[in-house]
Design a protein around this ligand. Sequence first.
Ligand code: NDP
Ligand code: OXD
Length: 314
Amino acid sequence: MPVNVLFAAKPSNWVAQEEPLKDAFKTAGLNVNLAAFQDGTMAPEDVDYMIWSPASAVQDFTPYTRCKAVLSLWAGVERVIGNKTLTQPLCRMVDRGLEEGMVEWVCGHVMRHHLGMDAQILGQNGEWKPHLPPLARNRKVTVLGLGALGSACARMLNAFGFDVAGWSRRQKDLDGITCFSGPDGLQKVLKRSEIVVLLLPNTPETENTLNAQTLSLMPKGAFIINPGRGPLIDDDALLDALNTGQIAHATLDVFRIEPLPGTHPYWTHPNVTVTPHMAADTRLDSSSQVIAENIRRGENGEDFLHLADRTTGY
Ligand code: NDP
Ligand code: OXD
């Protein structure tokens, strides 16, 4: 009997994702009947696994009575984890491609601020005025969130030579990274943070992690890079800190409202870089392998990978 898998993620992604998924199912030795939600060929009560993303037409999971797991194509699951109709296990995306993309984006933006590249790229004015940045080992960078993505970024920044610290809910022990945890740890780590990268999930506990009080702890002229989620930062407090020079620049990929409304002050602030939620994307080949592996596990009675925890919200 084939396993019935419903692709109920963003409909426009189906064309690109169908073949990589089929390839991954074949490689995993799975006999799968794969259908797209929009084709209407698979009845809800026949679905064994659902592939899902926030743009899905499925927001009520009640009819999917046989579904053994909902497999998110997104790493962040804040838009579905509290859905009361979702009683099935929810697996979030932990994907090598997503991780590589995030490491590249974060390191690129850290390097931009560390080296003061804007002065040359944007400020070419005929003046021969060398500016010598410190070496990476003399630059203190902090990653808030040391999960799949944060720890990968922290490791790569450390490999560049940066003096890297990280902060998480539970205490971590990562080679070469100074690790902090809990509310006191946040206060301590921010005091040493010249560049802060936010890679926390959006949960009630992480909302406004950077606010007027915590921003004031950072060394004057610090940089903020947020590829995590918009609500991690109190926007008004950040704008105030940018206007006083407490924060020199913020590179923001994620926002409370997306797309960021055209009238939002971030668009025109000279010390804010807006990027359109593109820091990292789930890659077709590697994410399909993760989906296939979880279905293989489900069919063999093994534990699912990357289960989201409804008690913590991530
Ligand atoms: P993980 O769940 O693997 O890691 C989350 C990290 O945050 C963990 O270290 C966790 O601590 C820490 N954390 C959670 N709550 C708290 C808290 N209250 N206090 C301190 N630390 C906390 O997530 P990923 O690394 O896979 O992804 C992180 C986020 O990145 C996603 O949730 C998503 O919002 C965002 N993202 C953005 C993308 C983009 O393109 N902009 C792409 C993909 C993801 P602990 O280790 O103790 O559990
Ligand atoms: C994700 C994202 O959570 O793209 O995967 O933001």
